[in-house]
Write a protein that binds this ligand. Structure first.
Ligand code: AP5
Ligand code: MG
Length: 223
């Protein structure tokens, strides 16, 4: 059970839990959002093409995302498994993934919209190592600084209220239909993703058939 997909709305806790589970399973955590943000920061052609879509909360065009993901999945560390976070996000991407690799399970995160908005409005992240914090639930030890490398934390431009509204709408229209797609394929494992990160980690571990989750170490979203 080493080829996993995390499916869930913005702010559901996918990145937080993916860092922990991938570490405990010894597989790479592949977040298309993190990969795209790294491309934006490096001002690559992909990053320049993706930036406006991300800021507005819209999906980046499928051909760009697919090329990036296929390239990443060809790297040696992904041969024995991977945890996909934020991909696929529509039916075309799910069908493309089926042509690239089989998957073992899709863990879907169930969280009410009100909680999503609260989590996103309090999120801060490290632009250097991608570690994620939350002022309400997972504050950094020193205000405004990353626990790991001391870098000044930033808010994501797409966590502005207007962009959050678009992201929630895009999720409902384009991504949520994948729940039925994977349910029909017998791959869907829904979890209640409310409660503390540790409580959610236990449900994720049970759903993935993985080992007990590691301790409360900060979730760094390794690429
Ligand atoms: P992406 O980076 O994937 O963003 P997202 O799906 O909108 O999800 P988030 O990263 O915002 O939330 P999360 O579920 O990871 O939650 P987190 O753990 O951070 O995508 C961004 C953009 O990139 C897209 O809008 C699109 O433009 C583009 N893109 C990416 N993939 C694409 C694709 N495949 N195709 C096309 N375009 C694509 O947690 C959120 C907050 O809550 C944090 O502060 C955290 O500390 C806190 N928290 C987590 N768990 C808990 C808990 N249990 N209790 C309390 N607080 C918690
Ligand atoms: Mg994320």
């Amino acid at each position: 059970m080493n080829r996993l997909v995390f499916l869930g709305p913005p702010g559901a806790g996918k990145g937080t839990q993916a860092g922990r589970l991938a570490r405990s399973l010894g597989i790479p955590h592949l977040s298309t959002g993190d990969l795209l943000r790294a491309a934006v920061a490096a001002r690559t052609p992909l990053g320049l093409a993706a930036d406006g879509h991300i800021r507005a909360g819209r999906l980046v065009p499928d051909d760009l995302v697919l090329r990036m993901l296929e390239e990443r999945l060809r790297e040696p560390d992904a041969r024995s498994g991977f945890l996909l976070d934020g991909f696929p996000r529509n039916l075309a991407q799910a069908e493309a993934l089926e042509r690239i690799s089989p998957i073992d399970a899709v863990i879907s995160f169930d969280v009410p919209s009100k909680v999503l908005v609260e989590r996103l409005s309090g999120r801060w992240m490290c632009p250097k190592c991608q570690a994620t914090y939350n002022l309400a639930s997972q504050p950094p030890k020193a205000a405004g600084r990353c626990d790991r490398d001391g870098t000044a934390l930033v808010q994501r431009p797409d966590d502005r209220p207007e962009a959050v509204e678009t992201r929630l709408q895009v999720y409902a229209e384009q991504t949520a239909p994948l729940l039925d797609h994977y349910r029909r394929a017998g791959l869907l494992r829904p979890i209640d993703a409310t409660g503390t990160p540790d409580e959610v980690a236990r449900r994720v571990a049970a759903a993935s058939g993985g080992p007990a989750p590691p301790g409360p170490e900060r979730s760094a979203q390794s690429l």
